[in-house]
Design a binder for this molecule. Structure first.
Ligand code: MLT
Length: 396
């Protein structure tokens, strides 16, 4: 038996596992410390009642022979795909039900979609980047090119028409930087991908946080995207499903490479390797798109947006450069006093008992930066910012 040696090329731990490991060690040595976690983007507000009522009702359905559900369609129940189709219509995007695939989350689909792609493809990823794009391709041994995202390009790298690539990862609003592409910028990417016959894997997990009208919610708002893009989205951040697990992927029927339909390939892959998301979870997901569900999600989102404002205001008062927090729940800040990302992580944990995510964990251009999430509780976020101000304020 031979193992996949590409795993040797990965860092020892996945970024958020490494963060959790260091926090656990600190907590063991300081059991009295009240650690505030603004590291991994995990939500804290409870799921709105109408959504959980739908799940409870679905659980009840399973106890009666006439409403019992066994295996469901691997690509998701029609009732949920229909809600998703209508949701996309609110952005002016027309999809067929066949193009929508329900899954247990964007992270799994982003990794699983690589089953469809030959190893001999060149992959373009931004740096800094959500580590899943990089690590899943390292696991497969694909060639990865990095595009520099930095203060000069407002962390929104644009295509280089001279560069030949096959697969392009874009995440907008961006994790980790919070930067978001405008319609015009995405149109440039779509034109480039079509011209190169490349495929854009577009991560829209944070679309519900968009506030600016010129920032598209979906890449399919851009003419030409149907022939070059796949979109991954999730209810984790939109509706608080980080624990419940439900996402969706849109593969256009017009996306064809080497004479093969990627939609058909994805259907084949999913029907072979996946048995679908549970019925109660899909009922809950469908309720997210009801009027009450949307209101409940918006209420929670306002809590996170206020957290983002508190973080941003604190950093502003401390004179710490930062971006994000407007169209996204992440704030991307420069580490104070010229510290490296991990040095600041340790310093902040030791002195303020606050956890964030080191920018260098997202790529080498993230070195010297740090990510804070707005998904904490309002009380925790305020206290974390008071501690940050005490530790890194000028008067100390
Ligand atoms: C993050 O903190 O970057 C995200 O929560 C991770 C994820 O969605 O998998």
């Amino acid at each position: 038996m031979k193992i996949n040696k590409n795993y040797q090329e990965l860092s020892r731990d996945y970024l958020f596992s490494e963060v959790a490991r260091r926090v656990a060690i600190f907590q063991e040595g300081h059991p009295e410390a009240r650690v505030i976690r603004l590291g991994i983007g995990d939500v804290t507000q409870p799921i709105c009642p109408v959504v959980m009522d739908a799940m409870k009702q679905a659980a009840e359905d399973e106890t009666h022979p006439e409403t019992f559900h066994g295996y469901g369609p691997e690509q998701g129940y029609d009732f949920l795909r229909e809600e998703l189709r209508k949701y996309y219509e609110t952005f002016g995007v027309k999809l067929t039900d066949k193009e929508i695939f329900v899954s247990d989350g964007a992270k799994s689909d982003l990794g699983n979609f690589l089953d469809l792609l030959d190893r001999d493809n060149t992959v373009l990823v931004p740096d800094p980047v959500y580590p899943v794009y990089r690590d899943t391709n390292v696991m497969d041994g694909r060639r990865i090119l990095y595009m520099r995202a930095d203060r000069d390009n407002a962390f929104l790298p644009m295509p280089d028409p001279e560069q030949k690539v096959d697969v392009i990862y874009l995440c907008s609003p961006n994790n980790p930087t919070g930067a978001a592409y405008t319609r015009d910028q995405l149109a440039e990417w779509v034109a480039y991908a079509n011209q190169q016959h490349a495929v854009i894997l577009f991560d829209a997990a944070y679309e519900s946080f968009i506030q600016d009208a010129e920032v598209p919610h979906s890449i399919f708002e851009i003419p030409g995207a149907r022939t070059c893009a796949v979109e991954f989205c999730s209810l984790s951040k939109t509706a608080g499903f980080t624990g419940i697990r439900c996402g969706y992927t849109v593969v256009s029927e017009e996306l064809v490479r080497d004479g093969m339909s990627l939609r058909d390939m994805w259907l084949r892959r999913q029907t072979t390797k996946f048995n679908g998301v549970s019925y109660p979870v899909q009922r809950a997901a469908a309720a997210v798109f009801s009027h009450e569900g949307q209101e409940g999600c918006a209420k929670n989102r306002r809590v996170y947006q206020e957290n983002a404002r508190v973080i941003s205001e604190t950093l502003y008062q401390l004179g710490i450069w930062h971006v994000g927090g407007k169209n996204s729940p992440y704030i991307w800040m420069e580490c104070p006093e010229g510290m490296t990302s991990w040095d600041f992580f340790d310093d902040l944990l030791r002195r303020a008992q606050v956890v964030g995510t080191p920018g260098s964990g997202f790529g080498q251009n993230g070195e010297g930066f740090f990510r804070l999430t707005a998904f904490g509780t309002p009380e925790g976020t305020r206290e974390a910012m008071e501690r940050l101000a005490r530790c890194y304020g000028k008067e100390r």
